[in-house]
Design a protein around this ligand. Sequence first.
Ligand code: SAM
Length: 291
Amino acid sequence: MTTVVSGILYIVATPIGNLADISARARDTLGAVSRIAAEDTRHTAQLLRALGLEKPLLSLHEHNERERTAALIGELLNGDSLALVSDAGTPLVADPGFALVRAAQEAGIRVVPIPGACAAIAALSVAGLATDRFCFEGFLPAKSVARRARLDGLKGEQRTLVFYEAPHRIAETLADLLAVFGNRRVAVARELTKLHETVYHGDLAALAAQAEVDPDLRRGEIVVVVDGAAEASDDGAAELERLLRALLADLPVSRAVDIAVEISGARRNVAYRTALRLDTARSGGDAPDGA
Ligand code: SAM
């Protein structure tokens, strides 16, 4: 009896505009697999033509991913190797493919990345904002009420934030970012790697105002990169201390800390250390170690 060795699922990044950004490995992989699952087969057929390749294509998009996944897993288990591509950039990054990758892993199929372009990373690399810690938030909700609610949940996020946005919503989104976050540094990167590539740098107030009057800023494909929230300021520490001083006049340390944490949102260990210091100073003793 022959044992069939299952095929490999390759997750292949494609260019986000400039065809020259296809990697040699991506080209070789697309040429070698039995079939390519693509978000939009017509779009990928164009890419393959430009690369001089011909390959059977199968559509895999958000509306058919579940049903197509079962068939593709069957092919992989039969020994065929497949590639997954999206219309642009890295599959699964604001694109289909998650269900397929998860199912392949669960079926014991090897999943191999063929890395390449990704608009979020390209924008981050030229934004001039902190890159040591960042978070990718994909697309914000399309309606302003839901968008502001999402931003409200993110306003304390200290990592640099990366969003994708549609051109017809960029002006509203910059205005909502300003309204919810207050003024912060921002970069708006549009049409990266293409003819009209432009990266606007400034603060939210300036770019929200520019988006109202400059139609170019509202054209093409867009990534928004925003500074994270400033670290808790000394104002927060001073406020916590004032609060604890008042509470400690009448309450034991643990109760004062409970109430201060509730009111200020400070971290419990920070409030506790501050309370111990104030309490010790008040009773004229030495601060305990580490306080
Ligand atoms: N998987 C892709 C990636 O790796 O970047 C993203 C796919 S998502 C459906 C498409 C969004 O990515 C666009 O609406 C835009 O926000 C961003 N995007 C894609 N190409 C871009 C480009 N050349 N310049 C700026 N943003 C781009």
